[in-house]
Design a protein around this ligand. Structure first.
Ligand SMILES: *[C@@H]1O[C@H](CO)[C@@H](O)[C@H](O)[C@H]1NC(C)=O
Ligand SMILES: *[C@@H]1O[C@H](CO)[C@@H](O)[C@H](O)[C@H]1NC(C)=O
Length: 427
């Protein structure tokens, strides 16, 4: 049976089940329909930033609840043989779709993937106020550095999980929310401890400590066996590195006096390797690592490229390309070294660069300036709702603030990555 591991799989299989039930029990159409429509409406009906996971029982076993409901109604009306037949069909469908699932998406990294951890730490690098989040569910700012959703949200949705991944430090959520997806990322952080100190954000080693704490909580919540299964079958996303260069290496003299830029790349990848080895030791098996974006094209970097007519800073882009090539080498090496590990490096650079260079092909009008405020240097508190220059339609802009893409850009990049992730990890 074909597996449909997308966000639609829940709806699709619901429809299939519905048809089976209707075929056998015409007088029960109404009841059954109501049941399914309740399940179907949930994922579309968010009004606050607190999300009710669609069609799940909290630990990723989707559809189980639905089927029980169907069986309950079905068994009232149907003859014994019909129920048996139905049960067999349902089991087949359940089996096929259960295998397709990644039970959770677990995220490490920086602002490219942070869904709000910085809200509760003492840093100036925050985005839990308007206009951030104005195109998110309910127009809520969440701490995402975006007008709407960020790539892990789209990836989670594509795997049939919730459409937005909650931040681990957000007190509005509990382990029952985190069981199907959780984010440990912190805007402003990097591989290098020194980078996280610049803006007093969560260093990567601390993200790992939080992850260990999460493992304990998950085991207490669903039991050790089930928890270990979730932890090893979950898809882990890692996205960071830009800040190590743009917030640290090129700004402060310390690292620059210790390392050439190539040496610094190797230093960072060494830290990344240690981190990934630790993850593997903790049971992580499916991992996608995103390298650096075309960081010379961020509006904040362009604005300082005065001699270059505010074009992209080639030097930074070349550092990113070189870093990404080295990262691919590291991924190949660790796939060999670490038993059972399945790792990919997410090919995000090229599509992002194409969007920036040929914006009209993707439906954008502006690429050199960001939507927020003057679009040249503002982010975090400088990107304020009282600034009259902020654009009215972020979908025309590649960048939302001086450092971060709009939701539309995030969606295009995610759509580019998702087929590869589904093919590699959804079984
Ligand atoms: C479904 O409900 C409608 C209105 O409540 C009723 O008229 C109709 O007969 C019902 N159909 C079935 C198949 O029970
Ligand atoms: C980063 O800081 C942590 C905590 O102080 C320390 O354990 C770790 O060794 C540091 N990493 C490096 C590479 O210095």
């Amino acid at each position: 049976m074909a597996v449909a591991p997308t966000v639609l799989s829940c709806l699709v299989s619901s429809t299939v089940l519905l048809q089976i039930v209707m075929q056998f029990s015409p007088s029960f159409r109404n009841t059954t329909k109501r049941v399914f429509f309740t399940a179907r409406c949930k994922p579309l009906g968010y009004v606050s930033s607190r999300l009710a996971p669609p069609c799940t029982d909290g630990i990723g076993r989707r559809r189980v609840g639905e089927v029980q409901v169907v069986m309950k109604y079905a068994s009232l009306e149907m003859s014994y043989t019909r129920v048996t037949w139905l049960f067999v069909s349902l089991s087949l469908i359940l089996f096929a779709s259960a295998r397709a699932q990644v039970p959770a998406i677990i995220v490490f990294g920086d602002s490219s993937v942070d869904s709000g951890n910085n809200n509760v730490i003492p840093t100036l690098l925050k985005s839990n106020f308007k206009p951030y989040g104005r195109d998110f569910y309910g127009g809520h700012p969440t701490g995402r550095f975006c007008n709407g959703r960020i790539p892990p949200d789209f990836i989670s949705e594509a795997f049939g999980l919730k459409p937005a991944i909650p931040a681990y430090l957000d007190p509005a959520y509990t382990i029952s929310d985190f069981a199907t997806g959780v984010c440990f990322a912190s805007a402003g952080t990097g591989y290098d401890n020194a980078t996280s100190k610049v803006l007093n954000v969560i260093p990567l080693w601390k993200e790992l400590e939080y992850y260990k704490e999460y493992q304990q909580k998950l085991r207490a919540y669903v039991g050790k066996k089930k928890a270990n299964q979730i932890l090893s079958e979950a898809l882990y996303l890692m996205s960071l590195g830009t800040n190590d260069f743009l917030e640290n290496y090129y700004i402060f003299p310390t690292r620059k006096s210790q390392f050439s830029v190539r040496q610094y790349q190797d230093f960072l990848l060494g830290l990344g390797e240690n981190f990934i080895r630790e993850l593997h030791g903790l049971g992580v098996r499916k991992l996608s690592v995103t390298g650096l974006p075309p960081m010379g094209c961020l509006p904040l970097e362009r604005v300082t490229n005065i001699l270059g007519q505010n074009d992209c800073v080639d030097e930074y882009n070349n550092v990113a390309l070189e870093f990404n090539r080295k990262l691919e080498g590291l991924v190949a090496k660790l796939n060999k070294d670490l038993p059972g590990m399945r790792m990919v490096s997410a090919p995000a650079y090229d599509i992002f660069y194409q969007i920036i260079e040929r914006p009209s092909l993707f439906g954008f009008e502006v690429t050199g300036l960001a939507c927020c405020s003057t679009g040249t240097f503002e982010m975090s508190y400088l990107c304020s709702q009282y600034n009259p220059f902020t654009c009215s339609d972020a979908n025309k802009y590649v960048f939302w603030d001086a450092f971060h893409p709009t939701e539309k850009t995030n969606k295009i990049i995610s759509d580019h990555l998702i087929p590869g992730l589904l093919a590699k990890f959804s079984h």
